[in-house]
Design a protein around this ligand. Structure first.
Ligand SMILES: *Cc1c(COP(=O)(O)O)cnc(C)c1O
Length: 363
């Protein structure tokens, strides 16, 4: 079997040991399996560095978007009003999900290559006192931009608003001080920086916040409160859970700890990200996002010239066992290189060699 190196931000390249855990079948009602679920829930609190007095976790079947939607369905009551800040496709998706709940929504749309202006957010909060919640994406995977989570959480605390963070592509790879930032709901999934395989996501929630959400959801399967109640005492998932994925995730958490935790993983990601950007610049590929706002997760590169044929480049790189990621910008031709997953400096050195070879072949 071909072992591709996925330069995509999830599903991503996993270790053989993570993949190997999936060769065993498990029963969802069995105590051993419930223990696995409970261990994962506890580990997530540890990774988030939050106390179990104030925070709890819920695992939810589906891809990351299902989990974001379960939070938007469940966190907002009929009287609530949410401000959603967006500078990419995932922020837009949150807006779409929030509108379907028929709750009050205020949108702050920011250009994709900019971060939200804090004084503008403050102005909205000052002039719209009915707002109860603020939602934002931490690392907008659309571009690779890293949003100013601290500043927005700081505002939220001052204005006494609840905060929902899509930290899908950053949690586990970028340190986030969940408790001191006062984040109410932080969302991520199995197949991003924890380096598991796709199939479920999770929410790290303030217990006080989730406790008061009974009856809000207008969906059965995406009712995060009901999922939490079923899960919190026994470790039972409400419906069939992705057993293989859960076992793989448990192993992935062990490997995150072995690597040295979030700080160590962040170091590896940041150093490889800088290496990629520096090397690509030397080859004539300019990053889309200003370096000040660039995340250590994924980078958007502009086409180097009008003759650049991405499909040809993609196919060539795939023959070399590297899978690139197409761009997601509306108006600018671009592609992306993700650097999360089980990828190391020697992989990126090889990648750059292949890109160099491709260029000399082309031009
Ligand atoms: C991956 C990702 C999601 C979830 O996408 P799915 O395709 O539903 O897994 C949501 N937000 C961000 C920022 C992401 O990177």
């Amino acid at each position: 079997m071909e072992q591709y190196k996925l330069l995509t931000p999830g599903p991503l390249t996993t270790t053989d040991t993570v993949k190997a855990t999936m060769l065993e079948d498990r029963c969802t009602w069995d105590d051993e399996y419930k223990t696995l679920t409970q261990q994962i829930r506890q580990s997530l609190l540890d990774i988030a560095n939050v106390s179990s007095d104030n925070y709890t976790t819920v695992l939810q079947q589906g891809s990351g978007s299902f989990v974001v939607e379960s939070v938007l369905q469940t966190a907002l009551s009929q009287d609530d009003h949410i401000l959603i800040i967006s500078n990419g496709a995932y922020g837009k998706r949150m807006m779409e999900m929030a509108h379907i709940t028929r709750r009050q929504v205020t949108e702050l749309n920011v250009p994709y290559n900019e971060i939200p202006d804090i004084s503008e957010v403050r102005h909205i909060l000052e002039t719209t006192p009915t707002i109860t919640h603020i939602a934002l994406v931490h690392c907008e995977t659309t571009t690779g931009i890293l949003n100013p989570l601290d500043a927005i959480c700081d505002l939220a605390q001052r204005f006494d608003k609840k905060v929902i963070v899509d930290a899908m592509s950053s949690f586990g790879g970028v340190p986030i001080d969940v408790e001191s930032l006062g984040i109410d709901y932080l969302i991520s999934s199995a197949n991003k920086c924890i380096q598991g395989v796709p199939g479920f996501g999770f929410v790290i929630a303030k217990t006080e916040a989730i406790k008061s959400t009974k009856g809000n959801a207008q969906s059965v399967s995406l009712d995060l409160y009901a999922q939490w109640v079923a899960m919190k005492d026994s470790g039972k998932w409400r419906f069939t859970s992705p057993t293989h994925v859960v076992a793989a995730f448990h192993q992935a958490i062990t490997e995150l700890e072995q690597e040295g935790g979030v700080e160590a993983r962040h170091q590896r990601y940041a150093s490889n990200n800088q290496y990629v950007i520096q090397s690509m610049r030397e080859l004539g590929f300019m990053p889309y996002v200003e370096s000040l706002y660039q995340s250590p997760i994924i980078t958007t590169f502009l086409y180097p010239n009008e003759h650049f044929d991405f499909d040809d480049f993609y196919n060539y790189m795939k023959q070399q066992q590297f899978v690139l990621y197409p761009g997601k910008l509306m108006d600018t031709p671009s592609f992306r290189i993700g650097n999360i997953g089980d990828l190391h400096r020697e992989d990126f050195e090889k990648l750059m060699q292949h890109i160099k070879t491709y260029q000399t072949k082309e031009y």
